[in-house]
Design a protein around this ligand. Structure first.
Ligand SMILES: CC(C)(COP(=O)(O)OP(=O)(O)OC[C@H]1O[C@@H](n2cnc3c(N)ncnc32)[C@H](O)[C@@H]1OP(=O)(O)O)[C@@H](O)C(=O)NCCC(=O)NCCS
Length: 279
């Protein structure tokens, strides 16, 4: 089968069942609901061969200045024929002038490097059954009126506007918060993802605060399968392992175009990702 016999199309809801299959074939745990969330926030392209989806890509814009490129998959039988590059070129065209971010697998790395992405760091993936821990007393569940504050904190920590993503998470996630004199100062979200639950984003002012938020969510999910993806420089990894969430893999963070210089003075940091796809 040659690459000439395939067609590229805009991804719509009708392609999602095939997309779930394709991601299962590469060993990724995404459910249909996970794909629906990502597709609803993104512009996607599929490669079809005789009506069957054999390739996918999503470009998820965060405002006018940033985007993630994710769910880059080509059916194993059709690899090495330029389809990955064609999908990437489509996604980059959709991203326009936005700085593009992604988390790469080893397999994707050469393709992204050729397209001008540079490696910026590492993500570590931890997962396992949530242990029985004590819920820190100063952490509580968020309230509906907190939403605007959570969007603002996420923006401060991430550096770009993710209000569309945060609105979707409002419908699907539960939020743990730390308040100081009534105002939310840090938060962590937990939602259904893949095989169980995922914790992220976690936005906090310091490592101890991030751990307290995670402990609160673990305490309320004891015995359930939980996953957390974190940048290795957060130093959460060893502690997560001690909590029974084993290091099972990860990815390479990459960026294309200069992006803004990192503001080291800002108090908040993203300690855990929404997911590797969405950052
Ligand atoms: C990553 C993936 C999408 C690439 O798809 P593909 O259709 O094989 O990619 P292409 O044929 O367009 O190859 C892309 C480029 O990478 C190069 N390349 C691929 N593997 C390489 C390797 N091991 N070393 C050096 N270059 C490599 C190719 O030569 C090609 O370069 P060119 O366009 O200059 O000729 C595919 O391998 C895949 O689906 N992998 C599993 C899922 C995955 O890991 N996705 C990435 C998620 S971040």
């Amino acid at each position: 089968m040659t690459a000439e016999r395939v067609t590229l199309k805009t991804m719509t809801a009708e392609h999602l069942s095939d997309a779930v299959e394709l991601s299962r074939h590469v060993g990724w745990p995404h459910s249909r609901e996970d794909w629906e969330l990502m597709q609803s926030l993104s512009q996607g392209v599929v490669v079809q061969e005789e009506g069957r989806v054999v390739g996918t890509i999503l470009m998820t814009p965060y405002g006018d200045n940033a985007a993630t490129v994710n769910m880059v998959i080509v059916d194993a039988a059709l690899r090495g024929r330029g389809l990955g590059r064609r999908l990437m070129e489509e996604a980059l065209a959709k991203a326009g002038g936005r700085a593009c971010y992604l988390v790469a697998t080893q397999e994707g790395l050469p393709l992204y490097e050729k397209l001008g992405f540079i490696a910026t760091g590492k993500i570590v993936q931890h997962q396992g059954l949530a242990p029985s821990v004590d819920a820190p007393a100063h952490v509580s569940w968020g309230e509906p009126g907190d939403h605007a504050r959570l969007v603002a904190l996420d923006r401060t920590a991430f550096g770009h506007d993710r209000s569309a993503l945060m609105s979707s998470l409002r419908e699907r996630a539960k939020f743990a918060v730390v308040r100081d004199q009534g105002d939310v100062q840090a938060f962590a979200a937990i939602r259904r993802f893949g095989r169980g639950l995922v914790i992220g984003p976690v936005v906090a002012r310091k490592l101890h605060e991030a751990r307290c938020l995670i402990d609160f969510l673990l305490a309320n999910s004891a015995g359930e399968f939980v996953r957390i993806d974190t940048d290795e420089t957060t130093d959460l990894g060893e502690w997560l392992t001690r909590r029974g969430l084993a290091h099972v893999g990860g990815g390479i963070t990459m960026r294309r175009t200069a992006g803004e210089p990192k503001d080291e003075t800002k108090p908040h940091r993203t300690y855990a990702l929404v997911s590797q796809a969405l950052r």
